[in-house]
Design a protein around this ligand. Structure first.
Ligand code: ACM
Length: 448
C-alpha cells in the first residue's frame, strides 16, 4: 500500500512491513522510489536476476523504517572524455547509482582528450574533437609511449535524450559539464579560431593539463553561448557545470587580445580575467534560468555572484565559498576520487599517480561538513560527489571496479545522519549488498 504523507521530508519515506501488508508513505515520488530500493535490498539477491526463480524465499523481514536523506545533492561523476563510454554503460552506471539513492549524475562531457556531445551548430566538435590518434600507455607522464590505436566516440542528441529519460525514471538529475576556459583542446582541434594561438591543434594523446585554452574574444563567447544554448535545450538540470579548473594562464599573458580585455575591464591579473570569463558565462546561464557550477578554482580572482562551487582540491575552497554564502558540493580528491588506487599500487590495475590510495574505509570516514563551519555556513554544503576520472580506465568493467564498492560507502555518507554512521555497521550491511552486486554482474573490487 502506498500513500502520501506531506509531512515527510523530500525524498524520504516511511516503510512498515508486517504480516498483513507492506506500507509505504512518502511526500513525493522519489520517496516511493527509495522505499522500493530499500525493499529490494531487504529481499534475497535473486531479486536482481531476470526470469523465473523457483525455490526462493521471498519473505521480507518485519520492519518499521523512517528514512530520508541528509543531503539533497548526492552525486557521482563519470568522465567520458578521457575514455568514451557508450549509452548502454552510461545507463547502467545511472541505474546502479540510483539503487543506492544517488540523485545527481555529473556527466563530464568535454575535456582536452575528447568532445562527446553532438552540437548541431558546430558539427566539427564531434567530427574532429571526438577522436584522437592514439592513447598514452601507462601512467608515467614523463616517458610517453602511445598504443597506436585510434580512440573516440560521441553521443548524438537522441542518445542524450535516451539517457535523460532513463535517468528521470530513476529520479536522477543529469548535470552536464562543458569545460571552459581550459581543458578545451578537443574543441580547439575542431575550431582553432577560438584559441589564443593560430593552431592547428590536435586532440592530445597524452594525459596531463594542456596549455591551449579559449581566447576571451567576442567570437569565443558567441561560440560558447551557442553550445550552451543547445545544452540547455537538451538538459532540464537547473545546474550547468562549466569546469574552470586547472587553467594555465600563460597564453593569456602572451595574448594581446587577452591583455586588451584586461585593460578594458580594469582586471588586475589573469586570475581576474578568468573570474570575468566565468561571470560572463554565469550571466548568460542565469538569464536562461540556469545556475552555474564550477570547480573550486572559480574562487581565484573572485567568485561569480550566484555560483555553486565543487570543492575538489581539498575542502578549503568549499569552506571559503560557504563562508561567502555560496552553495558547495564537496568532492575532495583525498576521499572521493574513485580513479585513485584503492589498494596496493603494485597489485592493483594501473591508476593515476596523482594521489595516495583511497581504500573503502577512507571513503566511509569522509565527512562533508568541516568542523570549522558554523551551523549557518554548513547549510551551504548541499552534498557531496564521487568522481570517476578515466585517464586510466578504458573499459566498463574497470570503471565498475573503481566505483564499487567505494560508491556504497559514499552513499551512506550522503544519505545517513552523521550520528548513525558506523564503520562496523557499514561492513555488516556491505555483505548483503555485495551479494546483490554479484547478482547484477557488477565487477566490483573484492573486499580485503
Ligand atoms: C579536477 O579534478 N581537475 C577537477
Amino acid at each position: 500500500m502506498i500513500s502520501s504523507d506531506a509531512s515527510l521530508p523530500p525524498e524520504g519515506y516511511r516503510l512498515a512491513v508486517n504480516p498483513d501488508a507492506v506500507r509505504i508513505q512518502a511526500a513525493d515520488a522519489a520517496g516511493v522510489f527509495y522505499a522500493f530500493q530499500s525493499i529490494r535490498q531487504l529481499l534475497p539477491p535473486e531479486v536482481e536476476r531476470e526470469g523465473i526463480r523457483p525455490n526462493v524465499d521471498w519473505s521480507l523481514p518485519a520492519a518499521e523504517i523512517l528514512d530520508y536523506p541528509r543531503f539533497s545533492y548526492r552525486g557521482l561523476m563519470l568522465d567520458v572524455s578521457r575514455h568514451f563510454f557508450d549509452v548502454g554503460f552510461v545507463k547502467r552506471f545511472i541505474d546502479l547509482m540510483s539503487r543506492y539513492k544517488f540523485n545527481r549524475f555529473h556527466w563530464h562531457l568535454t575535456d582536452d582528450h575528447g568532445w562527446r556531445i553532438a552540437i548541431d551548430a558546430y558539427p566539427r566538435l564531434t567530427e574532429v574533437g571526438a577522436w584522437r590518434r592514439e592513447t598514452m600507455i601507462g601512467n608515467n607522464l614523463k616517458t610517453y609511449g602511445g598504443d597506436g590505436i585510434p580512440h573516440g566516440g560521441f553521443y548524438t542528441q537522441d542518445d542524450i535524450r535516451e539517457v535523460l529519460d532513463y535517468a528521470d525514471e530513476r529520479f536522477v538529475t543529469v548535470v552536464p559539464e562543458i569545460e571552459m576556459p581550459g581543458h578545451s583542446t578537443a574543441a580547439l582541434a575542431a575550431y582553432p579560431e577560438y584559441g589564443c594561438r593560430p593552431g592547428p591543434f590536435e586532440v592530445p594523446t597524452g594525459w596531463g593539463i594542456k596549455s591551449d585554452i579559449y581566447s576571451p574574444s567576442a567570437a569565443t563567447f558567441s561560440f560558447l553561448e551557442d553550445v550552451l544554448t543547445e545544452v540547455m535545450q537538451l538538459f532540464p538540470s537547473d545546474y550547468i557545470h562549466i569546469g574552470a579548473d586547472e587553467v594555465p594562464k600563460d597564453q593569456w599573458k602572451a595574448s594581446s587580445l587577452a591583455q586588451d580585455v584586461m585593460a578594458r575591464e580594469g582586471l588586475a591579473d589573469e586570475d581576474e580575467l578568468q573570474s570575468w570569463f566565468v561571470r560572463r558565462i554565469e550571466s548568460f546561464l542565469n538569464a536562461n534560468g540556469r545556475r552555474l557550477i564550477g570547480w573550486d578554482e572559480i574562487l581565484e580572482g573572485g567568485l561569480a555572484p550566484n555560483a555553486t562551487v565543487m570543492s575538489w582540491r581539498d575542502m578549503t575552497g568549499g569552506v571559503e565559498a560557504a563562508r561567502q554564502g555560496h552553495d558547495v558540493i564537496m568532492t575532495p580528491r583525498d576521499y572521493v576520487y574513485f580513479d585513485y588506487y584503492q589498494g596496493d599500487p603494485t597489485t592493483e590495475p594501473v591508476a593515476g599517480r596523482f594521489g595516495h590510495p583511497i581504500p573503502l574505509d577512507s571513503v566511509y570516514e569522509f565527512e562533508p561538513i568541516p568542523d570549522e563551519l558554523t551551523e549557518r555556513e554548513a547549510r551551504h554544503i548541499i552534498g557531496a560527489q564521487g568522481n570517476v576520472w578515466t585517464e586510466f580506465i578504458s573499459t566498463p568493467e574497470h570503471a565498475e571496479y573503481m566505483t564499487y564498492p567505494r560508491a556504497l560507502a559514499l552513499s551512506e555518507v550522503v544519505w545517513s545522519p552523521k550520528a548513525r554512521r558506523s564503520l562496523n555497521g557499514f561492513h555488516r550491511r556491505l555483505k548483503g549488498n555485495i551479494e546483490h552486486l554479484d547478482a547484477l554482474g557488477v565487477n566490483y573490487r573484492a573486499l580485503d
